[in-house]
Design a protein around this ligand. Structure first.
Ligand code: ADP
Ligand code: MG
Length: 583
């Protein structure tokens, strides 16, 4: 691990020297690699980490390239001024495409980017002001302090400075509060539950990837000094996607390696094939396809494995700057949560049927009932994960029902999931830190330039504190998915605590725990109650709740059967009959 900085320094040094010793041809390959890397680094965030697929990145490159071409030739703008317009145009079109497609579920974004890519290709080709399929030529070179950056070496340095900037900013982004949220986007229910506005974030990520594509387009246009539609077609977008996958999809070094391998491979084929035989000269696409299949076969996770190179979530433990504790809840006999006649149907099935109950501040309330009774659905209704059909949920005098989950957590309601929802590949600490997401507000831009460090330290310190509290400090830096299931449940509790809840909802927290662990869990819950927290616990295990809960709600087939003290429900004949069995 100590080698990270050394490797980075060595890479930068090699990059500085390379063009001084390499022949022009190789410098060209490195220039192409740099241009493609910018796009693929954007795809790492968008696709590899954020889980959104786009087949329109080449079109964003093209839009930016054409914008700067028109402005710098027809209007005589300086490339630097045109860069701003290129970025603005590309980002606003990405924003618009995203706005139209991201809220729609599933494949609409992919389809939207494909449609965008195909239609804009014809726009480029058919607009006479853009030079038709011949394109526009005579673009000026980029100048720096009045000195034109022409020639291979100057272009190389200019392009790779941009790549370096993109790499640093993107690495910063992924290692931040926003980055953690992006890493959780593949699990939207989880992300929303901890305060991530997933549509906004997806849109921001989509625009960010387009921004990097815009930089590539601007650099490319002024390097070649002309633009035409060919490099911005659908094929090119597919090639960027290949580079991403070949590089391993989730890490930045892989993005550059993937771009390099594909560019060198493609160029070598174009040179070699005609030498072997003129007949197969135009078979390069076929060989290229075979090469990619071969690569997938031998390096399924991409050529740069995130784990092997430790490029995933490298984290230092935070200690300083603890988060201020939120104020405690007021009077302990006040009703904190009120569930009023809540109903949820799934088609013909009434999963939750007109259920009402209260949770007093500072009390532990158990919800029990046989499998399929509607307990988890009830949790999903309270936390906003599922919309309520009828009825209301109040937290104090705040109406929760109708609110999005990412707003409900801001009212300090946090939950765990019956089916554990941890992000694979992230440490326990990172998984827990997601719980603190809503408590800070550092944004995308601040994260890119590392202006989020104070807040990030606070989040991490708080996460570590919760991890200690549940007794998992020994495994704080371990991949959360490598823990046994019982421990993963405890990680979920720590994450919920990190959100500083006044109402904590635990869905079968004791499932899969051994006896000793159950005792420890019961102790923890009692302690939280002492601190004034209200806890709503769904449990299958009657014994676990009987000594712990102040109040128990029994549901069966979606309907409330009984409620009262543990002793009361235990002796209620209805409960004995349908749930406990005759004793
Ligand atoms: P419990 O947590 O008490 O075991 P659930 O709340 O998970 O029960 O489920 C209650 C009922 O609702 C079950 O019959 C289940 O199959 C059904 N159900 C739960 N979620 C959904 C869903 N998203 N779509 C359709 N049916 C569902
Ligand atoms: Mg359940």
């Amino acid at each position: 691990m100590a080698g990270h900085k050394t490797w980075a320094a060595a890479a930068v040094l090699t990059g500085l020297i390379a063009p001084l010793v390499l022949p022009d041809f190789y410098i060209t390959l490195l220039i192409y690699t740099g241009l493609a890397s910018l796009v693929v680094v954007g795809l790492v965030v968008l696709t590899g980490v954020g889980g959104m697929t786009s087949f329109g990145q080449a079109t964003f490159v093209g839009l930016s390239a054409y914008a700067t071409a028109v402005l710098s030739t027809a209007f005589g703008w300086s490339p630097w001024a045109a860069l701003l317009v290129s970025i603005a145009l590309t980002c606003s079109s990405a924003w618009l495409i995203g706005l139209l497609t991201i809220r729609l579920s599933g494949h609409y974004l992919v389809l939207g980017t494909i449609a965008w890519s195909i239609s804009l290709y014809y726009v480029f080709g058919n607009m006479m002001i853009l030079g038709g399929y011949n394109g526009l030529s005579g673009l000026p070179a980029v100048t720096l302090f009045g000195y034109p950056l022409t020639g291979f070496r100057n272009s190389y340095y200019l392009i790779w400075i941009f790549v370096l900037g993109a790499v640093v900013c993107t690495a910063n982004l992924l290692d931040s509060r926003v980055g953690r949220a992006i890493r959780s986007l593949r699990n939207p229910v989880l992300a929303e539950s901890f305060g991530v506005d997933i549509y906004k974030l997806r849109l921001a990520v989509f625009v960010y990837a387009a921004l990097l594509a815009a930089l590539a387009g601007w650099l490319q246009a002024h390097y070649f000094r002309f633009v035409n539609p060919t490099p911005f077609g659908f094929d090119a977008s597919i090639e960027y996607a290949f580079m991403l996958v070949v590089g391993g999809a989730t890490n930045i070094v892989g993005a550059i390696a993937g771009a390099f391998v594909l560019i060198v491979g493609k160029t070598s084929l174009q040179i070699l094939l005609p030498k072997i035989s003129p007949d197969i000269a135009h078979w390069d696409k076929i060989f290229f396809g075979l090469m990619i299949i071969g690569l997938f076969h031998y390096a399924r996770g991409g050529i740069v494995s995130t784990h092997r190179f430790g490029l995933g979530a490298k984290r230092s433990r935070a200690v300083a700057g603890s988060m201020p504790a939120h104020e405690k809840t007021a009077a302990s006999d006040a009703q904190l949560l009120r569930v009023e006649g809540v109903t949820k149907r799934f088609g013909a099935l009434v999963a939750v049927n007109n259920v009402s109950f209260d949770v007093a501040a500072g009390k532990v309330v158990g919800v029990i009932g046989p499998n399929g009774a509607g307990k988890s659905t009830l949790f999903n209704l309270i936390t906003g994960t599922l919309p309520i059909d009828s009825g209301k949920v109040w937290l104090g005098d705040q109406l929760l029902s109708g609110m999005a989950p990412h707003d409900i957590v801001r009212h300090r309601v946090a939950r765990t999931f019956q089916h554990v929802q941890l992000r694979p590949g992230l440490s326990v600490l990172d998984n827990v830190a997601l719980g603190g997401h809503w408590r800070e507000n550092t944004g995308f831009l601040a994260s890119l330039v590392r202006l989020d460090r104070v807040q990030e330290r606070r989040i991490r310190a708080n996460a570590l504190e919760q991890i200690r509290r549940v007794g998992l400090e020994d495994v704080a830096d371990v991949d959360a998915h490598s823990l046994p299931l019982g421990k993963q449940r405890i990680v979920e509790i720590a994450r919920a605590l990190c959100a500083s809840p006044t109402l904590l909802l635990l869905d079968e927290p004791a499932a899969g725990l051994r006896y000793q662990e159950k005792v420890a869990l019961a102790d923890l819950i009692s302690q939280l109650r002492e601190e004034g927290m209200s806890v709503l616990v769904v449990e299958h295990d009657m014994d676990f709740l009987m000594n712990l809960a102040d109040h128990i709600v029994v549901i069966s087939f979606g309907t409330k059967l009984s409620e009262g003290s543990p002793l009361h429900v235990q002796s209620d004949p209805k409960v004995i009959e349908t749930y406990l069995g005759v004793e």
